[in-house]
Design a protein around this ligand. Structure first.
Ligand code: ADP
Ligand code: MG
Length: 447
């Protein structure tokens, strides 16, 4: 943009020169507030905020194009647009063209293992993917705890539609992205364009709608988009960590709409489903059943099946351990016990002894904070980080609900806890230092 400004400044000097030569100086004033916004080998676009100025500049387009030739030694064909038209014609066009569907191709129905805990949700998702827009399934709401496959099913619907219905436009977004995008478009004055974009899709997949809680403006805008889509028989699929009626601080009229279609839930995994998922994940790692004893599979399924994310984490740890310490020989139970000896230590830690109080104290000690600071409203960075770590530990060691953890940490909302949990989970994946911090803290309270 900076260099375009410089070009434009030099260009204007040339243009003004010409206009003066041709006794057309009166045109010069109409260049005020105009801008050169695009320039390539052949084309240029100059914008001005006013319709009248556009007409005046178009009048002297020959002088403008001649000046380009003198300045750049190339033939450029320039068009004049009002700023408004320019935005509508060019910017939106590129946005819609580039609007990605955000779908992750790895999440499909084929690699989603079905069991009693998720059968209903899978059936509903599949039916909805086969007949998008059917009134009975609109909206489809899938709810349940974290790590049980909600996001997986949402992408699976999108991928299915994309493969079988080429002309349908699909969009996956998380409600947090939606809130962010609404905020940005309100600031940039492009909210109408954003609404148009969402209204132009045939299947809108919105993940984690509980995060719409307390976001009033986003609620209002989501409501209008939802109505428009619904009235045009476009499919909306939503996920949430709880039934929509239980989401706090979202508009009543939205809750009513969400309950209009079909709500299905996914519950915790049963043992057999966990085993099947593990077998599938092994296959994805190109390992067959003979490379791992079946009692190891049962062992992991039994100890880590609170959710699928946990299960995957345990399997990855085991494979990592086997590659590094047993040179890839058959994985047997002694090896598994060795790989999980730290983990098992605290799973066997009696729940009566381990409590959120104990964890809060351990984390506070580690960060040299007081327990009171940890549960306070303070947003100082190191206190916030310590708080998130403590919330994470309460979730994985005590299996407390997000609500309960919120209560234990000074009456915080469950959505805050969930996003803290997911943040630490992400950091642990990406950052060795965090893994070290967590295991050091675990050592304090499992001593
Ligand atoms: P949620 O959105 O409910 O928190 P995800 O959809 O992100 O959970 O699932 C977490 C991980 O577990 C993903 O890698 C997903 O592919 C996997 N997963 C969940 N359920 C199943 C299942 N039934 N079969 C295979 N993989 C699953
Ligand atoms: Mg999810």
């Amino acid at each position: 943009m900076y260099s375009l400004n410089i070009v434009y400044k030099q260009l204007k000097d040339k243009i003004y020169e010409r206009l003066r030569e041709k006794s057309k100086s009166t045109y010069i004033d109409y260049f005020d507030e105009s801008e050169l916004v695009h320039l390539d080998e052949n084309d240029a676009i100059i914008v001005t905020p006013y319709v009248f100025n556009k007409a005046m500049l178009s009048d002297v387009i020959t002088e403008i194009n001649d000046s380009f030739l003198v300045l750049l030694n190339q033939n450029v064909s320039c068009v004049i647009e009002t700023t408004d038209d320019y935005r509508k014609k060019y910017i939106i066009d590129t946005i819609t063209k580039d609007l990605s569907d955000n779908l992750l191709p790895d999440f499909s129905f084929d690699n989603f293992i079905e069991g009693p805990s998720n059968k209903e949700a899978k059936m509903a998702a599949l039916t909805c993917a086969m007949q998008p827009g059917e009134k009975f399934f609109n909206p489809l709401v899938i709810y349940g705890d974290s790590g049980l496959g909600k996001t997986h099913l949402l992408h699976a619907i999108g991928n299915y539609v994309k493969q079988n219905n080429y002309d349908k436009k699909v969009l996956y977004i998380t409600s947090l992205d939606f809130v962010k995008e609404v905020g940005k478009s309100l600031r940039d004055n492009t909210i109408e364009e954003y609404k148009n974009q969402l209204n132009s899709v045939d299947i809108l997949l919105v993940d984690d709608i509980q995060f719409l809680s307390g976001k009033q403006k986003s609620n209002e805008i989501f409501f209008t988009i939802y109505n428009e889509l619904f009235n045009n028989r476009k499919q909306v699929v939503l996920t949430s960590d709880r039934p929509p009626v239980q989401i706090k601080d979202i508009e009543e009229r939205l809750k009513t709409r969400f309950s209009q279609g079909l709500s299905v839930t996914i519950s915790s995994l049963e043992f057999e489903t966990a085993v099947k998922i593990l077998e599938l994940k092994l296959k994805n790692h190109h390992l067959d059943k003979s490379s791992i004893d079946c009692d190891v599979i049962s062992f992991i399924a039994k100890n880590f099946s609170t959710d699928v994310r946990n299960l995957e984490g345990a399997l990855n740890r085991l494979l990592f351990y086997s590659i590094n310490f047993s040179k890839g020989q058959k994985i047997d139970l002694p090896l598994a016990l060795e790989a999980f000896k730290d983990k098992l230590q605290f799973t066997s830690y009696s729940h009566a002894e381990l409590s959120s109080k104990v964890i809060i104290k351990a984390v506070a000690d580690y960060y040299s904070l007081t327990e009171k600071q940890l549960v306070s409203k303070s947003r100082t960075k190191n206190i916030t980080t310590a708080r998130h770590v403590a919330m994470y530990l309460c979730r994985i060691h005590l299996d407390n609900s997000y609500e309960k953890i919120g209560d234990d940490f000074g009456g915080r909302d469950h959505t805050t806890v969930l996003s803290a949990f997911e943040k630490i989970e992400r950091l642990l994946k990406e950052n060795e230092m965090y893994r070290k911090i967590i295991s050091d803290i675990e050592k304090i309270f499992t001593k």
